[in-house]
Design a protein around this ligand. Structure first.
Ligand SMILES: Nc1nc2c(ncn2[C@@H]2O[C@H](COP(=O)(O)OP(=O)(O)OP(=O)(O)O)[C@@H](O)[C@H]2O)c(=O)[nH]1
Ligand SMILES: [Mg+2]
Length: 449
């Protein structure tokens, strides 16, 4: 964050930009309480308030001398509060004009609008949290289901940080043994050195286990894309509405009802899902618009985690083999209320009666979790690609050290590999950081967090 200045007083709206009962504007930086006191009228001087105190008062526009709003200030000082520096949270009424006026007042006091994630970055810089916890804050805000939320909360409570530190302690112990040998021997593993291979293997396998939890974390944290596809009139929009439990997509017996795709979020078996209803395929499409819709259906299918290919059991036309042979595909034969028909490999479904719907949901969950483990509440699972890369780097470096020991290579090579692993884990938790890493992490946050 090159334009980032840790000495400015920063402010931002921490709640959504929408009419609401209450809005919260956050202010942080040394001197902010004194500066704000100039715009406050009330029974007490806010400069004399203790930390973590909520205080009802009037926020004034000093240029017009008019009141902006009755507000509640929560004052933080002495390392308390989220950022670990002097800070104030202003709870005002959530009308958009009020929020605009409060933000303008902050600007007039000489405060600077915060960059995305800047409050959390300050919390990190003031040692209030390490990088795994900082990332967990964002992951928690973005989590879309109970499981993802629990996993992010575990990381926010330090589960990942603690586990990494335990692995680091093992690696440091190995490093100690290697360094003693380096100091006192010829720089080779002597007869008398028993290298702690069991400890190295333990560290390698623990790193591998956490790294491999990434796919689970990504699935339950960020969710999956499920696309409904198939011939026109098969009942895709009807199924879309059944998943959402609302009449969202237009259903009609007219061919080519859905033209542009429609997307919505739902939850299937605890997995957050982005569901897409698409234009049905038919060779004789009547318009350019429908053709464009069909082209979009195809490109959505390319990016899907699961494709539900729906056929109509009363329609004898040939299914699309290119879709059916795709490993991401679940084939569904709809409208079985109209006839006792089955096709090999197809789940029998009636959207009208609900028959077969549970089986379809189970099949979707099975497909999405075929290569991941379903976590329990206490499971340590990561969902950050950055963390996965650091873990992989550490694991590869330790595997290099193992190979070097096995091949009787000089100890300083073993030592370099172990050092590399420690560096990777240091980057993961934030002991070692660069501007690029901080930019990448905090740039993806919302403004105000
Ligand atoms: N009997 C019966 N009719 C169904 C069932 N599912 C859908 N339909 C009917 O089939 C017709 C087409 O349904 P849609 O959901 O619009 O089909 P679609 O696949 O979205 O069609 P396009 O948008 O044109 O691609 C409607 O008249 C639905 O009421 C079912 O399970 N049984
Ligand atoms: Mg449709």
């Amino acid at each position: 964050m090159n334009s980032y200045n840790p000495h400015d007083v920063i402010y931002a709206l921490a709640t959504a930009w929408a009419k609401s009962a209450i809005a919260v504007v956050r202010v942080s930086g040394e001197g902010c309480i004194k500066a704000l006191s100039g715009a406050i009228e009330g029974k007490r001087d806010i400069c004399n308030l203790g930390s973590n105190t909520a205080y009802y008062c009037h926020l004034m526009d000093r240029q017009s001398s008019l009141e902006i709003d009755d507000v509640v200030l929560t004052v933080f000082r002495d390392g308390h509060g989220y950022t670990g520096e002097e800070a104030v949270e202003i709870s005002c009424h959530g009308g958009l004009q009020i929020v605009k006026d409060v933000l303008a007042a902050m600007e007039n006091l000489g405060f600077r609008q915060a960059l995305p994630g800047e409050f959390t970055m300050r919390a990190f810089l003031h040692g209030k949290m390490d990088l795994t916890r900082a990332e967990a804050v964002n992951e928690l805000i973005n989590s879309r289901g109970r499981t993802g939320q629990t996993m992010a909360l575990n990381r926010l409570n330090g589960a990942l940080f603690d586990r990494i530190n335990k692995i680091k302690a093992i690696i440091i112990e190995i490093m100690g043994i290697v360094e003693v040998q380096l100091d006192y021997s010829e720089g080779e593993i002597g007869e008398d050195l028993s290298f702690p291979m069991d400890k190295l293997d333990q560290a390698i396998s623990e790193l591998g286990r956490i790294k491999d939890s990434f796919r689970t974390g990504k699935l339950f944290g960020q969710g999956a894309r499920v696309v409904l596809a198939g011939p026109s009139n098969a009942g895709k929009s009807s199924l879309f509405n059944l998943f959402l439990k609302e009449e969202r997509s237009i259903v009609s017996s007219t061919l080519g009802t859905t033209r542009d795709y429609i997307e919505a979020s739902c939850n299937i078996g605890g997995i957050p899902v982005r569901l897409y209803d698409t234009a049905g395929f038919r060779s004789l499409s009547e318009s350019e618009i429908e053709e464009e819709g069909i082209r979009r259906s195809r490109s959505l299918m390319d990016a899907a985690d699961v494709i539900i290919y729906m056929a109509d059991c009363t329609d004898g036309s040939e299914p699309d083999d290119s879709v059916l042979s795709d490993s991401r595909c679940i084939a569904v034969l709809n409208k079985i209320d109209l006839g006792d028909v089955s096709r090999p490999g197809f789940i029998r479904l009636s959207v009208s009666t609900g028959q077969g719907f549970d089986e379809l949901c189970n099949a979707i969950v099975a497909k999405l979790t075929s290569d991941v483990s379903v976590p329990d509440d206490s499971a340590l699972v990561i969902e950050s690609e950055r963390q996965r890369k650091d873990l992989e780097r550490a694991q590869t470096a330790l595997e290099g050290a193992r190979l070097a020991v096995e091949n009787d290579l000089p100890l300083d090579i073993v030592s370099m590999d172990i050092q590399e692993a420690l560096e990777a884990l240091g980057e993961l938790t934030g002991e070692v950081t660069t501007d690029d890493i901080l930019d990448q992490i905090f740039g993806s946050f919302c403004v105000g967090k």
